[in-house]
Design a protein around this ligand. Sequence first.
Ligand code: SF4
Length: 401
Amino acid sequence: MKKIELLAPAGNLEKAKTAILYGADAVYIGGKSFSLRSRASNFSLEEIGELVEFANAHSAHVHVTVNMLPHESDLEGLEDYLLDLDRLGVHAIIVASPSIMMTAKKLGCHFEVHVSTQHSSTNSNTVRFWKEQGMDRVVLARECQMDEIKKIAQADILPIEVFIHGGMCISYSGRCVLSNHMTLRDANRGGCAQSCRWKYHLMDGNTEVSNPDNLFSMSSKDLQAVNQIASFIEWGVSSLKIEGRMKSAYYLATVVSSYRHLIDLIYQQGYVSDQQLKDIQFEIAKAENRQTGPGFYQGIPGYQVQLYQDHDETVTQEYVASVLAVDDDSVLLQVKNKFTLDDELEIFGPHTLSTDISLTGITDENDLPLVVCNKPMQKVKTYWQGPKEVGAMIRKRRKKI
Ligand code: SF4
């Protein structure tokens, strides 16, 4: 049986490499052209080439989003861009526009063409349609429920990809024009201003019914599908997708390694216990900065899965350092956030599950003792007994409730 793919987002080269090192089988990235979320910081062709080489060396794949809905004026340069991606050896492109699908097939590109979730594919006949168009995989709509995913996957028409973690639209994904209306920024050409999350005065006629001190806002809790992974594997889903190309390397490392651990447990044991599921949810929560819920995977989402009031994202300060080098007794760290000699810390890494550590000493690079590390990017030498791994991350320990 082919093992299910864990597919992670990456907003830059460092994040893509981190996701692969922490257990992603594939990463999806945006190039500088034809991608939703097109922005200057997206991958250049040179960076895509470097990433493909890195991925090949780690038996991983690179998918590139070419998922904007282009108007006539947007299509210039498309053929050259697709041929460049093909030459660089990307494994797949993720596409929403039939125009781009047809062009990729006409050019005879070797990469797979995956139908983007922007197409709202919600049933097996739609998947059959995409097969007839020569597509290689369908990313299902986030609005699919579990019984629908089961039917579509078991129909075994094309490989199926489903979302398992990250942001959800309060509106039907790919069908929202709120941003276009409010800001003239086209959500389907990469410009969504997330207008749904703004604060609004809620009016009933001329009477305000919202609390002026706590204005109305709407967004969905982020998706978290730890409880559904075993079913997806059993039904023959091909790929599990994490959302969030703008998320930090720390977030990716935490979420990717947690789902990697879960998937591996299911294949090794044939099942996963309730306690193991709880432990994995606890692990993921260490990097979450928004509330999470099951999305559409426990039926039509009710008010419990939505956020209607203040829900500002908080930046976690728990990630305190990364491991740069390890020698016989000391570990060279790069400081990310403040920590002290007395803090309760834990290490986790590409090959290290979360493990508590107690520092016995910290020095600066001139071997002068330190008690507090509060200069971001400073390099410090630290000492502890227990696991050590280059590339691992150090964070403050969170107490289990
Ligand atoms: S405005 Fe909100 S619901 Fe609409 S596309 Fe943007 S994030 Fe999604």
